[in-house]
Design a protein. Structure first.
Length: 712
């Protein structure tokens, strides 16, 4: 009965998501498209670098280069490619300075490549202990490096900040920014503000307290640290801002850590001399547990303005008070000067996970507008302009495992950067529809503040896909999830055009004076669209996921487009259905390029015949619940991995023979599989194995019958 109920409910949710997708699929809104001037082949461009994460301090990701334009983009072909040394997720925005392309890969490795030819100049491996993989939520990824005064700065997955000599890759200084005994990681790109380099961290899912730190660019000495959530009041508060924030929390939140990690976006405004940081979710996600009597829980899911010299608090705007859905405000922020109501305003724009597009006065923090940029939203109806607060729906905080949540923890827009084209006046946002359900925890262990596993304060069984055939699940996935590129008018608060919905793999964007917007998507492609109309003008196969944002630069009179690609591996069952290989590469294009990629090797693996299931149904159900709680984040909900970590259904007889040594003994910790003996007894580890065996036997029967072509 329970299984039948689950299938029925998920079918209802899939149907709801399909309705949402159909609403999002209009090619163009009712507003007329902006008129674009005709683009002609430009004169030979001057050498042009891409020296900062978002090109410049405004982080608009808009380039004035126009040699590649609407009229000739079809001639854009691969100039060169470079294969990275790992096969994990790639999320970096490259930098190009003085003819060298600097790009980071998984495990925080840094590659310095000749920007003309792709030849490796130097390589840096920070030697991150692979056991740190268990301390993060979403893979050993890295979103890019910073550059200043001949130094390349990278944040490492194990919490260090390292400055490298840009000429030869030698280490200038190396500082630890986190407590290595806690579950802190760094995946975000550092930012530069005058003589300081800024870095945050991740780990809110794992029970830490968030902060951002500033370091002297010459010496690596820490200048200041700003915590984003208050600690234990009995210990006193670091500043007045933390004292004020503490009044918005209840219970003993500090025992959980609090969360609020600054894991991605920051932007510095040299004109106002202000640093803006985006703050993430709470620990745990479920507010009913971390702050049981409610409260806004500052500064979770907030944009906070600080003085870059001292870390002094200036103002904040909270996008999601009392966040309980993982609606982080860590998504890309853009600075611009817009004429609003006849007055030129200095604004900050952000499309965070929660589905609203915010235009904020970056001088004062005053809300100018907040409009839904996604047609599928169940948690709030609008933002009250007078208070700046979202108006929640009656079912927003109903966590019964049946009520659908949109956008959900995946967000309507996640980390892939958006861009702003001053010519069209449009912001190009990579969006997705990714419905989920939430269920209050049924096991008391999910109500305890502990580090070491992904404890979000909800029962993770609500994320388990139904036990239908893989073919039926794949069909349902296609109907349930989708992604689109939205061209958003921040003045009118509406979409000017929306790309045709497809997979939820829309990557970061780049817009140019050539009338183009570039982004990854379409099942492993780099795409160029008309920035004004949305018409797709060009597409090339990348052979893998293209999530990181492209950049453009010019050398010797030629304009190049560069992008780092590689499957991110964190979309679980949805990405499992794609069967996309994970090929970590740098791809660089120019007009008339003649390079080509080798064909993707065929996957000729044969699934080993699983051993017999020896446990009863009750033990298998226990194993599934324990798997979802402890294993699903890395190995995929319902054993549907996204392709980076092993699909445990394909485990060999030899793996099953040493199951206890792996799960509880930690014999594979050098590969990131640490011991779970603190959380799982031998009997519980065996229950997980029995669940894996049951699912493996079911899959093997489907493959043998020819009803499934699962690639593992």
């Amino acid at each position: 009965m329970r299984r039948h109920w689950k299938i029925v409910m998920l079918a209802i949710l899939w149907g709801m998501a399909v309705v949402g997708c159909s609403r999002a699929s209009a090619d163009v809104s009712e507003s007329p498209a902006p008129t674009s001037p005709p683009v002609v082949t430009a004169a030979v461009p001057l050498d042009t670098d891409w020296p900062l994460h978002g090109l410049d301090f405004q982080e608009q990701r808009y380039s004035s280069l126009e040699q590649i334009n609407r009229s000739n983009v079809e001639q854009l072909e691969l100039a060169w490619s470079f294969d990275m040394y790992t096969r994990r997720g790639i999320q970096a925005t490259p930098l190009m300075v003085d003819g060298t392309l600097y790009v980071s890969g998984s495990w925080s490795m840094v590659y310095a490549l000749d920007a003309r030819s792709g030849k490796l100049k130097w390589f840096y491996d920070p030697q991150v202990d692979r056991a740190f993989l268990a301390k993060g939520c979403c893979g050993a990824v890295n979103r890019g490096v910073a550059y200043k005064d001949g130094k390349v700065i990278v944040g490492t997955y194990d919490g260090r900040l390292v400055a490298l000599n840009a000429g030869d890759g030698s280490v200038v200084w190396d500082v630890q920014t986190t407590d290595r005994e806690q579950s802190y990681t760094i995946t975000g790109a550092p930012r530069i503000a005058k003589n300081k380099v800024l870095i945050g961290n991740g780990g809110a899912e794992m029970g830490v307290r968030g902060y951002v730190s500033a370091y002297d660019i010459e010496t690596g000495e820490m200048a200041w640290r700003f915590y984003t959530v208050p600690g234990n009041p009995a210990d006193g508060f670091e500043n007045e801002a933390m004292k004020v924030a503490a009044a918005t929390w209840t219970g003993k939140w500090w025992e959980w850590g609090g969360g609020g990690t600054v894991w991605d976006s920051m932007v510095y405004d040299p004109q106002l001399d202000l640093l803006y940081i985006g703050v993430g979710n709470g620990t745990p996600h479920n507010q009913n547990i971390r702050s049981p009597e409610g409260g806004d829980n500052l500064f979770l899911s907030s944009i906070v303005a600080l003085r870059p010299d001292t870390g002094e608090y200036v103002w904040h705007y909270q996008t999601t008070p009392g966040d309980t859905w993982d609606f982080t405000a860590t998504q890309h922020m853009i600075l611009a000067d817009l004429e609003i109501g006849g007055t030129l305003r200095k604004v900050l724009m952000q499309a965070p996970k929660n589905g609203f597009f915010y235009v904020i006065d970056r001088v004062s923090g005053q809300l100018i507008s907040a409009i839904p940029y996604t047609p599928s939203m169940t948690w709030a109806t609008h933002v009250d302009k007078a208070t700046g607060r979202p108006v929640e729906t009656p079912t927003a905080r109903v966590f019964d495992g049946r009520t659908v949540a949109l956008p959900s923890t995946a967000g309507a827009h996640n980390w892939p950067p958006m861009s702003y084209n001053p010519g069209t006046g449009l912001v190009y946002i990579p969006t997705m529809i990714f419905p989920m359900t939430f269920l209050e925890p049924t096991d008391d262990r999910d109500r305890l503040p502990r580090q070491g596993f992904w404890n979000v304060g909800f029962d993770r069984m609500s994320s388990a896909p139904p036990k239908v055939s893989q073919a039926e699940l794949n069909d349902a996935i296609k109907k349930r999830y989708s992604g689109s590129l939205i061209a958003w008018d921040p003045l009118k608060g509406e979409a000017r055009w929306v790309s045709k919905p497809g997979r939820p793999d829309t990557g970061g964007t780049l817009s140019t004076a050539g009338g183009l917007v570039f982004n990854g998507g379409g099942g492993g492609h780099l795409i160029a669209s008309d920035a004004a109309s949305g018409e797709k003008l060009w597409s090339r196969d990348t052979q893998t996921g293209a999530w990181g944002a492209p950049i453009t630069y010019a050398l010797d009179g030629e304009q190049y487009i560069a992008v780092a690609v590689g499957h991110i591996g964190t979309l679980g069952a949805a990405a499992h259905e794609w069967k996309m290989p994970n090929l970590s590469r740098v791809l660089v294009y120019k007009l008339g390029g003649t390079h080509s990629l080798p064909p993707v090797p065929a996957d000729n693996r044969q699934m080993p015949k699983p051993g017999p299931v020896t446990a009863d149904a009750e033990t298998q159900q226990l194993g599934q619940a324990l798997y979802q709680r402890h294993c699903g984040v890395c190995h995929g909900d319902g054993l549907r991995t996204a392709g980076i970590n092993p699909d445990l259904r394909w485990s060999s007889e030899g793996i099953h023979a040493i199951w206890q040594e792996i799960v509880r003994g930690g014999i594979l910790k050098a590969r990131g599989m640490v011991s779970f003996s603190e959380f799982l007894s031998a009997e519980e580890a065996e229950a997980i194995r029995q669940y894996v065996l049951a699912e493996a036997n079911r899959l093997h029967l489907e493959i043998s019958a020819g009803t499934n072509d699962d690639g593992g």
